[in-house]
Design a protein. Structure first.
Length: 306
């Protein structure tokens, strides 16, 4: 069977996989492409390896394809596919560098690269890059959910001017989940109550608990309800429960909440919290023993992070 025929069969299998999500089709396609070092086959093999989560192998074949071609269109396509692989591999810095280049030069993948660059910037998760994602996404004619995400993040990190935009855009796109998250970013009781209603409609217990937590600053009784929700439905992490229980302790000064927070913190191995919590507990009971535990957890924290 000629190389071009094997490549076409591999492409058919790849397209069939995208419809059926049957990875055995990809394994079959890999066998067809092995030993074929043409640029087109290497690019196709890289796409297949990426879908199989064999990211290192995908990166290697994409880079091999880049070394073999001088065609500008092929270079742009392969670089874009390599960026997808790196993004999925969590090598965000390398993906960012490739997409930044593709986004500012004239090539067939420019628009696609800009959209993926925005996703990479959001994944990087710092204000500088999220703001870069916002600027990219605002240049497109059609607003996207990623733009709402960028607005929410910025609003939660001091850029309050984006809160109204996040809410309005989520309403416009009819995305209840993002609307709930946008409303949750508000400090207004009315907005938080709307967020609570939406999270309940979505059956998002963790979101409901978060809304209850914020509303508890207006009604203290809701904080305990938030904790009950997480425990009743097995939602949220142990760290989520630590935060709520510690807040309950600070508001009520009831030692049982502090002890329960400590028990969850031990499960989550939150050494710094445990050190501080045992110091606090020593003020109420077993001073020497609890201070000894505090010192132990401080030492563990220091050895782990310094």
């Amino acid at each position: 069977m000629g190389d071009s025929i094997r490549l076409e069969k591999a492409k058919v299998l790849y397209e069939e996989y995208k419809r059926k999500k049957d990875k055995s089709l990809l394994d079959e396609a890999v066998k067809l492409l092995q030993g074929d070092d043409s640029v087109a086959s290497l690019n196709q093999l890289g796409l297949i390896y990426t879908e199989l989560e064999r990211y290192q192998e995908a990166e290697e074949v994409f880079r091999k394809a880049l070394r073999k071609t001088k065609n500008e269109e092929d270079l742009a396509i392969i670089k874009f596919n390599l960026a997808i692989c790196l993004f999925k591999k969590k090598d965000l810095t390398s993906a960012y560098e490739i997409l930044k280049e593709l986004s500012v030069t004239k090539n067939v993948m420019k628009v696609h690269s800009q959209r993926l660059l925005a996703k990479v910037c959001l994944a990087m998760g710092d204000i500088k890059h999220v703001d870069e994602a916002r600027a990219i996404l605002e240049n497109f004619d059609e607003p996207t959910e990623d733009l709402i995400v960028s607005y929410i993040y910025l609003a939660r990190n001091g850029r309050r001017e984006y809160l109204k935009k996040a809410i309005e855009l989520a309403q416009l796109l009819g995305n209840k989940r993002l609307l709930a998250e946008a409303l949750l970013s508000s400090e207004a009781e009315e907005d938080l109550e709307k967020a609570l209603v939406l999270f309940r409609e979505l059956k998002d217990v963790k979101g409901e608990a978060r809304a209850l937590y914020k509303l508890s600053f207006y009604n203290k009784e809701l904080l305990y309800e938030a904790l009950q929700k997480l425990e009743e439905y097995g939602e949220g992490t142990d760290s989520d429960k630590v935060r709520l229980l510690n807040e309950l302790y600070k508001r009520t000064n009831l030692v049982d909440f502090l002890k329960k927070a400590i028990s969850y913190a031990e499960k989550a191995n939150e050494t710094l919290f445990l050190a501080r919590a045992y110091v606090e507990l020593s003020k109420h009971e077993n001073e020497v023993e609890n201070l000894r535990k505090a010192v132990k957890y401080y030492e563990e924290f220091i050895s782990k992070y310094f």
